[in-house]
Design a protein around this ligand. Structure first.
Ligand SMILES: Nc1ncnc2c1ncn2[C@@H]1O[C@H](COP(=O)(O)OP(=O)(O)OP(=O)(O)O)[C@@H](O)[C@H]1O
Ligand SMILES: [Mg+2]
Length: 238
């Protein structure tokens, strides 16, 4: 992340809320009209920092407004990751390209992960739901896990809809974490003690494995996919 936090003056037209290829619990994701290799994330109008602060417990309301802004928080965490872990981190997370002004407010620009056929990559949750734990995703998970632990990557719980599977020739090849980065602790000791970071990253991977098993067990019981992480085919062609 180099020149990336420089606010750009031109307003990028995203084309309205319905043009988003994905809608998370907090943000809308658009293909960057200036480059198909990048996406722009804007805050959902109903999840503004002010609204989130109002809904927070009393003691958390004392925190500055920016701490309720997912894009600002993400940019801060990425700067920290780049400083502490360095370029190798970007084997596992997309690169950020800074803030841009859009017709839907401030947006944060990052690499858009696509499969080799050009379609937007699926979330790990959707891949597993559609194809199960096949041998390609199994080895992609093993490679991802090895690097994640070795680098001691900081994250909250790794959620299946916050990870993306990049496919080559229709087979899972590489996994990325696109959201939920950074230690949640007030004083992240793990930032100062690499062995602790590796231990915590290892715990996140064990929790991820449990989350995968729970998803597949839910599917076996004919349960619901849930609201997050599904990309309809048409949206993948954006
Ligand atoms: N860089 C990316 N490349 C490909 N797909 C992405 C990328 N970023 C996000 N997505 C897709 O968009 C969805 C929502 O994105 P994201 O998790 O950033 O939104 P959010 O609102 O912050 O999520 P949450 O509900 O976890 O708060 C993801 O589940 C994923 O399918
Ligand atoms: Mg998310």
């Amino acid at each position: 992340m180099s020149n990336d936090l420089i606010q750009q003056r031109d307003v990028v037209t995203l084309g309205g809320v319905d043009a988003a290829f994905a809608r998370g619990g907090n943000r809308l994701c658009f293909v960057d009209p200036r480059s198909p290799e990048r996406c722009i994330k804007t805050l959902r109008a109903d999840r503004s920092p002010a609204a989130k602060r109002r809904a927070a417990p009393l003691f958390k309301r004392l925190k500055p407004l920016a701490s309720f802004d997912d894009n600002r928080q993400e940019a801060r965490v990425f700067r920290r990751i780049e400083r502490r872990i360095g370029q190798e981190a970007f084997e596992l997370i997309p690169r950020l390209h800074g803030f841009v002004s859009t017709d839907l407010g401030e947006g944060l620009c990052c690499d858009l992960l696509r499969d080799d056929d050009g379609r937007i990559a699926l979330s790990l949750k959707q891949y597993l739901w559609q194809r199960g734990r096949d041998r390609w995703v199994e080895s992609a998970l093993a490679r991802f896990g090895e690097r994640w632990r070795t680098l001691g990557m900081p994250s909250r719980r790794l959620l299946l809809h916050n990870m993306v599977v990049q496919c080559r020739d229709g087979r899972a090849e590489r996994l990325y974490v696109i959201d939920g980065l950074g230690w949640p602790d007030m004083l992240p000791l793990a930032d100062l003690v690499p062995a602790l970071a590796r231990r915590k990253a290892g715990q996140r991977l064990r929790d991820l494995d449990n989350a995968i098993e729970q998803l597949l067990a839910r599917q076996a019981r004919h349960g619901d996919f849930g609201i997050h992480g599904w990309l309809p085919d048409a949206r993948r062609e954006c």
